[in-house]
Design a protein. Structure first.
Length: 435
């Protein structure tokens, strides 16, 4: 194949990745994945009334679904998410699966869980995202399996008959990312510059969602109220009113709203709404301050999302470290330098600066305190964009920071492979099978 044909193929695949993985989600994506699988299994049961539900999850998804509030409810946990999916949700909504849930549905789900009809199990050997929903009625049984990404249904069965099966590799969505694996930062920048603007303009929708969620988070003092607390400090003159703190406030408030279960849809990035918040806030805040044109902002969004996807080729979609404070902040820093016209070496430097600061922040489950990690990741990314553009030199070969972008990402692969999920689950009170 000629270089031109290869280049066009990469651009086509990159665009497809963006359209497939930068999508709206309502609430935390892990409970949504649980509800989505259960809804799909219930639809396979037809009109049969659900008697029992069993959901089997990978460790990372279990951790993230345990403590976060389900949208439109005051309820937490895998059990309620599974019951809502099995009793009230439609799989056609994808990661917006909780949209339209009514108070009566929530009460039914709580009673269903209270009668001990939901069983939750861990799949120790799961590689990546894994949700198996198994539903039983008085006469029938049905199941749905999500694997590879939060909304990738790979198999649906009813009474041991396969109704649907993705005949590609079971981890097809994860394998889709392989197109990014061998690319470097220069490749991604060149691809993003050539993508048709009209095809990526949808990314700007994430900015609008972000602002609406932040506004609601501030008005309602949602979650921990971290965003509004920071704003109060700014009003009192205790912290400066600048681009860094404005970014922190917006990111925190949007995450406050999302983690508190407010009915505010957000854009997700490769399965994570909080990581999308970091990317959207960093670039949106800087674009507003610097008066950046809409198309330039959109291309910087595309670059940051694709960098995030590339990193996930190495680390997996979920892992023991906070992707929002860690990898998304690094990706947003690269996008921020691109946004302001910086060269490749400055993008590389901003990324390594950010990883040097944020490396090693654990993910201990999705919950209200995520707002603090999201805010810190946003602030550090913005700071490091400007530091890199001012000529500050990022560390090389120090700690987990490699000599350049790609070496650092290789180090992240090793870091994310260190066992830690089991310890975190024990701290959270989950060991093996539970009901």
């Amino acid at each position: 194949m000629s270089p031109r044909v290869i280049k066009e193929a990469l651009e086509t695949k990159a665009l497809a990745l963006l359209k497939k993985n930068i999508i709206p989600a309502l609430g935390c994506t892990e409970p949504a994945a649980v509800a989505l699988a259960c809804a799909k299994a219930r639809e396979a049961l037809g009109d049969e009334a659900v008697e029992r539900v069993k959901v089997t999850l990978d460790r990372n998804l279990m951790r993230n679904a345990l403590g976060v509030i389900i949208p439109g409810t005051s309820e937490r946990g895998v059990g309620v998410a599974a019951a809502l999916g099995a009793l009230a949700c439609s799989s056609s909504k994808g990661l917006m699966v909780f949209e339209g849930v009514r108070a009566s549905d929530i009460e039914k789900a709580k009673k269903f869980v209270g009668s001990r009809r939901v069983e939750i199990a861990l799949k120790d050997d799961a590689q990546g995202v894994y949700v198996l929903a198994e539903l039983v009625s008085k006469r029938w049984k049905a199941s749905a399996l999500i694997e590879g990404s939060h909304n990738h249904i790979v198999r649906v069965e009813a009474n041991d008959k396969i109704l649907y099966e993705d005949r590609e590799d079971a981890r097809t969505n994860a394998k889709d990312l392989d197109v990014l694996y061998d690319l470097d930062l220069e490749n991604l920048v060149n691809i993003v510059k050539m993508l048709p603007y009209e095809e990526i303009s949808f990314l700007k929708t994430g900015q609008d969602m972000n602002r609406r969620a932040a506004g609601q988070g501030l008005r309602e003092r949602a979650g921990l109220g971290y965003g509004v607390a920071l704003e109060d400090l700014m009003i009192e003159g205790l912290i400066a009113e600048d681009v860094v703190n404005r970014g922190k406030i917006e990111a925190a408030a949007a995450c406050d709203a999302r983690m508190a279960g407010l009915m505010v849809p957000m854009m997700s990035s490769f399965g994570s709404g909080n990581q999308a918040i970091v990317i959207n806030t960093v670039l949106g805040t800087m674009a507003s301050k610097e008066g950046i044109a809409r198309e330039d902002l959109t291309r910087s969004l595309a670059l940051s999302h694709l960098v995030g996807g590339l990193i996930k080729c190495y680390t997996g979609l979920l892992g023991p470290y906070c992707g929002a404070a860690f990898t998304a902040a690094g990706a947003a820093a690269i996008g921020g330098v691109f946004l302001l016209g910086g060269e490749l070496d400055r993008m590389d430097s901003a990324f390594r600066f950010t990883i040097a600061v944020m490396g090693g922040i654990f993910c201990d489950g999705a919950k209200e305190s995520c707002a603090m990690k999201v805010a810190i990741g946003t602030a550090v990314a913005i700071e490091n964009v400007y530091l890199s553009l001012k000529g500050n030199i990022a560390p090389r070969d120090m700690g987990i920071v490699g000599g350049d972008f790609k070496e650092t990402v290789e180090n992240l692969k090793l870091l994310f492979g260190i066992p830690g999920d089991e310890t975190i689950l024990k701290i959270l009170g989950v060991e093996g099978l539970y009901i």
